[in-house]
Design a binder for this molecule. Structure first.
Ligand code: HEC
Length: 130
């Protein structure tokens, strides 16, 4: 039997090469995509890495606030006997000093009651107020 010019084997060979090229190409392509996705996830993880810690700090500060401060500054810190504590423009150090020393005749000192870490947490909570 006379073989046609483009024999089945020839076509199968070409197909095999095309399939191989597509498989290799898409593998390389998706490897690049996977690498990009990993890179992105890594960057996001790095950006968020201090967030869980931050929310633990804020939650601790919120608890301390409820016990020590809310009866004067209101449960939602919008102020009552003491002023509204939203959007404080004082520095963290200044706020911690106020908590430590109190304000004569106005606000009690918390020097004996709260540790440095507690004051940090309170500042964190006050900064989280919106
Ligand atoms: C007995 C009531 C009372 C308690 C309890 C109290 N405060 Fe105050 N606080 C005040 C008053 C009153 C002022 C305002 C004093 C002034 O301006 O002369 C004040 C002022 C402040 C200020 C300064 C605000 C500003 O705008 O300058 C901060 C910050 C503050 N308090 C935080 C706290 C925190 C945090 C706690 C809890 C650890 C707390 N206070 C507990 C009464 C209180």
């Amino acid at each position: 039997m006379k073989r046609p010019f483009f024999g089945l084997e020839f076509i199968a060979g070409v197909l095999a090469i095309v399939v191989a090229a597509v498989v290799v190409g898409s593998t390389l392509g998706s490897a690049t995509l996977v690498r990009a996705a990993i890179e992105k996830a890594r960057n996001q993880a790095a950006a968020n890495s201090n967030q869980p810690q931050l929310s633990v700090l804020v939650a601790h500060g919120q608890k301390l606030y409820a016990v020590n401060c809310s009866h004067c500054h209101a449960d939602d810190a919008t102020g009552d006997e003491g002023p509204d504590l939203h959007g404080l423009t004082k520095s963290d150090e200044r706020i911690k000093a106020i908590i430590t020393n109190g304000i004569k005749g106005e606000m009690p000192s918390f020097a004996k009651k709260l540790q440095e870490a507690d004051k940090e947490a309170l500042v964190g909570f006050l900064r989280s107020l919106r």
